[in-house]
Ligand binder design. Structure first.
Ligand SMILES: [Zn+2]
Length: 137
């Protein structure tokens, strides 16, 4: 659709980062079921990943669009795997900061450390059976 160049993201630094001690890093989020790459995410601080803030989803671009479009969680769609349609997260409002986020479904996703490069460099590591998996992006 758009160009296929690789994008190198840089970490956002704002008040949310500071609140969490400044330990920010990138994560690639994958579907646990079919290994489809879902989003490139900036995680701030330690701790497990329970939700993904909309303003921290860096790729794909449709989430930036979504962020500028929606004003409340009612307008947000569920986060689903585009490939196998499994439910990954549901809309929520993190009240303490007034930020929209996806509450993640446990076990529906896998995360890998990322350098902030999109699309991810190591996308097609097969998980055993990779039959009929044509990925021509
Ligand atoms: Zn999937």
């Amino acid at each position: 659709m758009t160009d296929k160049k690789t994008t190198q993201h840089s970490l956002k630094k704002d008040k949310y980062v500071n609140t969490r001690g400044g330990n920010s890093h990138f994560l690639d989020i994958y579907c646990c079921k079919c290994n489809q790459h879902l989003v490139l995410y900036q995680k701030d601080g330690h701790g497990s990943l329970l939700r993904m803030y909309l303003d921290r989803i860096l790729e794909p671009q449709e989430f930036l669009l979504l962020q500028s479009k929606v004003g409340s969680k009612i307008e947000m769609p569920n986060l689903k795997c585009p490939k196998c349609n499994v439910l990954i997260g549901t809309p929520m409002l993190y009240k303490a900061e007034g930020r929209l986020a996806f509450r993640l479904v446990r076990g529906s996703f896998a995360k890998k450390k990322s350098e902030g490069v999109y699309p991810p460099l190591h996308q097609n590591q097969s998980h055993g059976k990779g039959e009929g998996d044509e990925d021509r992006n």
